[in-house]
Write a protein that binds this ligand. Structure first.
Ligand code: CA
Length: 351
């Protein structure tokens, strides 16, 4: 009998040491990974103060900034533009900051010091800066800066929200890079709270559009489907307001009516893949263009090896797989002519 107890006792001891050893391993791995974390700044709004949090080699540095150091109130920009001479569009950067800046530099949208270099041109980011990669905040801050610089020069930067922006803002964190779990731990805030209503970038994101029109071109992350357009009045201003307001609505509440299916379903502006997957006829595309009062639609969301043109240049797909971190392209529309530009800055015609 005593022997049995002894065996059980020894067995329990062996399990507990294995567990504690595993725990130690996880913790020390964590510690090592944490010491490699460099991230931020994240600007938090606390009452009337701005607190800048930066992580340097795993250590959190906090700094109080003067209240006018960053804007804290953001009014949405205009969403319809006419007579714009040059436009550049790309999408689905997914945290691949280094590749994105290389592409923007080579194509002279920004200069070597990462400042605006596109004059009166309009740069459109067709959604999905968030998720997958590990330099999301860097990319957002660059866009934030370029937006201001462009405006001074008479140009514009438009950042359209894609499905991944809406996912993160609604606390769907399935696709965040694992680095951000540690950032989150260090800053003692859930990842979505780093872009919440009490942060500078969170408020800035909440002022962004989902759909935009420049000249005869519509820009939207997924696309405009026939289903969406027959259910909703096609009013860009109203649609953007609806999408903006939905950021701070809960999923449960949105799902209590057909709102969620309509604005967040597979036929919605941010999730639609029909131009690539549904074998639409030329007639379907023409109807969509008629209903949106446009000649072309530029979308991201569906990844291709390069910027692509479909349906006789009526649809452009600008997700050139930047998310893989290896290659990317940019769509240029200049004096109503369009071409692709490569990572080397070479001009290419569409196939
Ligand atoms: Ca997407």
């Amino acid at each position: 009998m005593n022997k049995v107890y002894l065996y059980i006792f020894l067995f329990l001891i062996s399990i507990s040491t294995t567990f504690s050893q595993e725990n130690k391993n996880i913790k020390s791995n964590d510690r090592e990974e944490i010491s490699n974390i460099n991230d931020g700044p994240y600007i938090l709004i606390e009452k009337n103060n701005l607190i800048e949090k930066t992580i340097v080699n795993g250590k959190v540095l906090s700094k109080k900034l003067t209240s006018n150091y960053y804007d804290t109130v953001f009014t949405p920009n205009k969403e319809i533009y006419k007579n714009i001479k040059k436009i550049a569009a790309l999408s689905d950067i997914h945290g691949q900051y280094d590749l994105a800046i290389k592409l923007l530099k080579k194509n002279k949208i920004i200069d070597k010091k990462l400042n605006w270099n596109f004059g009166k041109g309009h740069l459109v980011i067709v959604g999905d800066i968030f998720d997958r990669g590990d330099k999301v905040n860097e990319m957002l801050l660059l866009i934030y800066k370029l937006e201001k610089q462009a405006k001074i020069e008479g140009g514009r930067v438009h950042f359209l929200l894609g499905n991944h922006e809406y996912m993160v803002l609604h606390n769907d964190l399935r696709y965040i890079h694992k680095k951000y779990l540690l950032t989150s731990k260090l800053l003692k805030l859930n990842y979505n709270e780093l872009y919440g209503n009490k942060t500078v970038l969170g408020r800035w994101l909440r002022s962004k559009p989902t759909i935009l029109k420049i000249n005869d071109y519509i820009f939207v992350h997924g696309g405009v489907s026939k289903e969406f357009i027959t259910k909703n009045n096609f009013d860009i201003d109203i649609i953007n307001k609806i999408m903006r307001t939905s950021i701070d609505r809960t999923k449960t509440e949105m799902k209590s009516t057909d709102f969620y299916k309509n604005f967040y379903g597979s036929k919605s502006l941010i999730w639609y893949r029909g131009y690539f997957n549904d074998n639409l006829k030329d007639q379907d595309i023409s109807e969509i263009l008629d209903l949106t009062n446009s000649e072309h639609i530029v979308v991201g969301h569906c990844s291709n090896k390069e910027v692509v043109s479909l349906y006789d240049h009526k649809i452009f797909g600008v997700d050139s797989s930047i998310k893989k971190g290896k290659y990317g392209e940019i769509l240029i529309i200049k004096n109503n002519k369009f071409y692709r530009k490569t990572l080397k800055g070479t001009k290419k015609k569409f196939k």
